[in-house]
Design a protein around this ligand. Structure first.
Ligand code: NAD
Length: 369
């Protein structure tokens, strides 16, 4: 029996509520095969600020680095709106991403059959959709220097951000995308704006080089970012893996998320570089925030957090069969009509957060019986 250490950072708002259900699912899987999950908890976000005056402590960052995987609920809320930027709840999450060097953000957009009518697009456009957006997370426009707002002294001000990418940054995220594609339908679409941006031209050339050198078994297409936005709503099923920079990935992954219905359904993974033994630092979290409007009511949808653990099974623990089982359990629970309020329509029986957790565990029991 091997033991995997998982650090649970529930955070604020609905974070603890959805994390409790993910915790039950983790316990269900623990010790079932030859892997045992040892979970521990720490504070991040507003709750950490309240206790320690910072959004994440040095000790927690070290524990996150030492863990086999980190699962985070959500951070933030109106209570901390007036707090200085450097210690705001979101700063805790940004520090974790930065200190763990989590450069590849994976956001699957999967349309569950039972929820196809919840999408803003027609059923036939989204039914069966299963795409993966790989967004570069630690470089590009959101981090490039120079940046800032300067006063030009003539009644005008100037806002500056710099889009900047070096070869190694493009190379490592392209490798993640190609490796993923090999486990899927072996197709990658690389997205940039090489027609107007030199950084886009470099992106295009470096992705092509990595492809030619090491991944010629994978099909590679290039697409301009504006066209990709259009194609995602016109015909999203044409894509398998999309790889793109930080800013375009931010926008395109939000577009893709709406294809699938509710924010409460969407998991994500942020991965760092693999060490010599193949282990990557990794943080898994739902795409949604702390939902202060429904926090404390026991009505939040825990599926995004549960599926985030599913991504940990797949990408950190190499347990694809168990990840498939969990996906199937969620699918079956939905197909049998289990709905939290965010995915319910008139006439549905609405489940609480813990009832949805129980429904998924019942399906796990049934499917593995
Ligand atoms: P949000 O994602 O928290 O909520 C948006 C809407 O979706 C709300 O109506 C909410 O009730 C609903 N919703 C979200 N998750 C749900 C779930 N699991 N089940 C049912 N309904 C759900 O976004 P927001 O309202 O813009 O932000 C609230 C706070 O969360 C802010 O402080 C923001 O900074 C923070 N935030 C944190 C993260 C993160 O931790 N990664 C991400 C986004 C926003």
């Amino acid at each position: 029996m091997t033991t995997k250490n998982i650090l649970l950072l529930a955070g604020d708002g609905i974070g603890p509520e959805v994390m409790a259900e993910a915790g039950r699912v983790i316990q269900w899987f623990s010790g079932r095969g030859d892997v045992e999950f040892d979970t521990s908890e720490a504070l991040v976000g507003g709750c950490c600020y309240d206790a320690h005056d910072v959004a994440v402590t040095d000790e927690t960052v070290e524990r996150a680095k030492a863990a086999d995987a980190v699962i985070l609920g959500a951070v933030g809320g109106p209570k901390w709106d007036g707090v200085d930027f450097s210690v705001r709840p979101e700063a805790g999450l940004l520090r974790l991403r930065k200190d763990l060097e989590l450069f590849a953000n994976l956001r699957p957009a999967i349309c569950f059959e039972a929820l196809a009518d919840a999408s803003s697009l027609k059923r036939e456009i989204v039914e069966g959709l299963d795409i993966m957006i790989v967004r570069e997370l630690t470089g590009g426009l959101y981090f490039g220097e120079p940046r800032g707002i300067t006063d030009l002294g003539n009644g005008q001000r100037r806002g500056i951000n710099t889009q900047i990418y070096d070869t190694f940054e493009i190379e490592r995220v392209a490798e993640v995308a190609f490796d993923l594609a090999r486990k899927r339908s072996k197709r990658v679409t690389s997205v940039e704006k090489r027609n107007v941006m030199e950084s886009g031209l470099l992106w295009n050339e470096e992705v092509s080089r990595v492809h030619k050198q090491s991944y010629s078994d994978v099909e590679l297409d290039h697409m301009l970012a504006d066209n990709c936005g259009m194609q995602l709503v016109r015909n999203p099923k044409q894509f398998d893996v999309i790889v793109t920079d930080n800013m375009f990935g931010d926008m395109l992954s939000d577009v893709a998320s709406m294809l699938t219905g509710s924010l409460g359904m969407l998991p994500s993974a942020s991965l760092g570089a693999a060490d010599k033994a193949g282990k990557r630092l990794a943080l898994y979290e739902p795409v949604h925030g702390s939902a202060p409007d429904i926090a404390g009511q026991g009505v939040a949808n825990p599926i995004a957090t549960i599926l985030s653990f599913g991504m940990a099974l797949r990408y950190s623990f190499d347990m694809a069969a168990e990840a498939d089982l969990l996906d199937k359990a969620v699918q079956t629970a939905l197909a049998e009509g289990c709905r939290t309020a965010d995915i319910a329509v008139a006439g549905d029986k609405v489940l609480s957060t813990s009832e949805m957790g129980s429904a998924i565990i019942s399906q796990l029991e049934a499917l593995s019986a």
